[in-house]
Ligand binder design. Structure first.
Ligand code: E4P
Length: 333
């Protein structure tokens, strides 16, 4: 073949590859920004195209999400909560300079943060948590949830796994909202989430908090494995989102269990990337010296009100979120 023909053929091949890559890039960017596209891009069980669970950043700082995206190449989603918002660098700077926020300013700051994060993440969306104390009613939570759901096109509204939170979630999914049920510490709470969110359009999330169970001497990872086993007999409308992940072994065990999604502090994601993105092989053993959490046979097909959903850590978690939220607010004079 004459050299000019070879050169021309190579040029054509390069430009065809470039066209394919830029088209794929455009599709990804469009798909990342709109839940409408995301829903169609998502497979039925809510998994994304890379293997393993979807990876979410557990944080409240868009710059940090960007850093993770640069290192990892993608971020499937984000979870936020009142404590993480209180730690956002701009919010913190403002509070430390003596200019605490009014409730309206706090809400505007939260909205701005999630609006910056929203276009950075993929199909797992951005979870936004309602402000709830132990007396907040389902009506009050729902009202906040409805408002927060309009902030971004890929919002998941976080309600606590309490009676009022479940009521709010049930009504939210009936209105087509996406929910992430947070502060889950027991199989019963996960079963109640499953029952309360039946009929949801997009899969609901339940967030079992591993690290906080470890903190009080349990093997928190057992809860994830138990919920996974319990949901095996379900219809797949509730996805397991491993939360309160504090270390690389936690992350590896989440991969091993095969949770649907995992939300991870930036520091741990970057550590995983740095370590060459290891995945657990047949020899991987998760070592943690906590009390084992026994599996319980639970019939998922009952009204959610039948489940015993009380848990001391759920109440403690709510109190802590309230405390951190209030720490950013101007004291009433
Ligand atoms: C995510 O949804 C949770 O709010 C988060 O993982 C809690 O983590 P922590 O127990 O380390 O505060």
């Amino acid at each position: 073949m004459p050299p000019e023909t070879i050169a021309r053929w190579r040029r054509l091949r390069v430009s065809a590859t470039f066209r394919r890559l830029s088209l794929a890039g455009r599709r990804t960017r469009e798909g990342e920004n709109h839940m409408a596209n995301v829903d169609t891009a998502q497979s039925k069980d809510g998994r994304s195209s890379h293997t393993g669970p979807k990876i979410l950043v557990d944080g409240g700082d868009p710059a940090e999400t960007m850093r993770v995206k640069e290192a990892l190449g993608y971020v499937d989603g984000q979870t936020t909560n009142p404590s993480l918002i209180a730690k956002n660098p701009e919010v913190k700077k403002r509070v430390e300079s003596g200019r605490s926020l009014t409730e309206a300013e706090e809400s505007a700051a939260y909205r701005k943060i999630v609006q910056e994060i929203s276009p950075l993440v993929g199909s797992a969306g951005v979870s936004i948590e309602v402000f709830a104390d132990l007396d907040t009613t389902a009506d009050q939570m729902l009202k906040q949830g409805q408002e927060m759901f309009t902030w971004i096109p890929n919002a998941y509204i976080k309600y606590p796994c309490t009676r009022e939170g479940l009521k709010a979630a049930q009504r939210s999914v009936a209105q087509g909202m996406r929910v992430n049920m947070t502060l889950c510490f027991s199989q019963e709470q996960a079963a109640a989430v499953y029952a309360a969110t039946k009929g949801t359009k997009a899969p609901s999330y339940v967030s079992p908090f591993v690290g906080r169970l470890d903190d009080i001497g349990w093997n928190g990872m057992d809860l994830l494995a138990n919920i996974k086993r319990m949901f095996a007999s379900g219809d797949g409308h509730t996805l397991i989102l491993g939360a309160s992940i504090r270390s690389l072994p936690h992350l590896m065990r989440c991969f091993q269990i095969g949770v649907d999604l995992v939300t991870v502090p930036a520091k741990v994601i970057l550590e995983w990337v740095e370590a060459g993105r290891p995945m657990p092989d047949a020899n991987f053993r998760y070592e943690f010296n906590g009390k084992p959490m026994e599996y319980r046979e639970i019939d998922l097909n009952q009204p959610w009100q039948n489940f015993d959903i009380k848990h001391e850590l759920t109440d403690k978690g709510i109190r802590k979120f309230v405390e951190d939220y209030r720490s950013t607010l101007r004291k009433a004079s």
